[in-house]
Ligand binder design. Structure first.
Ligand SMILES: [Zn+2]
Length: 209
């Protein structure tokens, strides 16, 4: 997701409104420099275990090999708002692919400028996550802002994934362009924030045509 003023922000009092503003310009200071204001969970970002696990691993201490390697995208662009994705749906969509890094396409980025981006997103059930963990999943990504039912404030899916040291990549975009590929090389590069509970990330894939 592009980092810019007015980008989506989790609607909680502790999240600042994202701002990208000019500090220096070519006309005055002979260079351009900008100031960025954003929370650690804004835009495309990674949740580290510390986000929901007291004393959990922080973003600066996660092994980077989790973030680079073969991945696949499961295409659920057809689901309804607030629809639950269960283990059977994940198993069917995955087929014979090995789910070490799994991204979920809900075509949800279309809603990113609406309040329903946060309140209406589809979500994973506990049995879906158990299925992925039991089959070797080490990283999950979604084009929604959270893997949990947005109306369940206890956040069981966050806690199960992060409690198993599985980082969550949230707020992905452009997943539709990857659904035609069986698998691809994924690179997730979260900023190295000291004791970071999460961090903004640049995320991209390379494919073999
Ligand atoms: Zn987050």
């Amino acid at each position: 997701m592009t980092i810019e003023s007015g980008m989506p922000r989790y609607p909680a009092s502790w999240h600042p409104y994202p701002e990208v503003t000019m500090l220096a310009s070519h006309g005055a200071e002979g260079r351009e420099t900008r100031r960025i204001v954003m929370g650690t969970h804004t835009g495309t970002h990674v949740d580290a275990p510390r986000h929901f696990v007291p004393n959990g691993k922080t973003i600066d201490n996660l092994n980077l090999d989790i973030f680079v390697g073969l991945a696949c995208v499961l295409d659920f662009h057809y689901v309804s708002p607030n629809q639950a994705i269960n283990a059977g749906m994940v198993r069917n969509s995955l087929g014979d692919r090995y789910p070490e890094r799994v991204l979920f396409n809900f075509a949800w980025e279309e809603n990113k400028d609406s309040p329903s981006y946060y309140s209406g997103c589809p979500y994973l059930t506990e049995d879906a996550v158990d299925f992925l963990l039991d089959n070797g999943c080490r990283l999950i990504g979604l084009d929604t802002p959270m893997p949990d039912n947005p109306h369940d404030s206890s956040m069981p899916i966050h806690k199960k994934l992060l409690g198993n040291n599985v980082p969550i990549v949230e707020g992905l975009v452009n997943l539709q362009s990857l659904v035609e590929y069986n698998s691809f090389m994924l690179v997730v590069a979260p900023l190295k924030v000291r004791e970071g509970d999460g961090a903004p990330a640049r995320v991209f894939a390379t494919v073999n045509d």
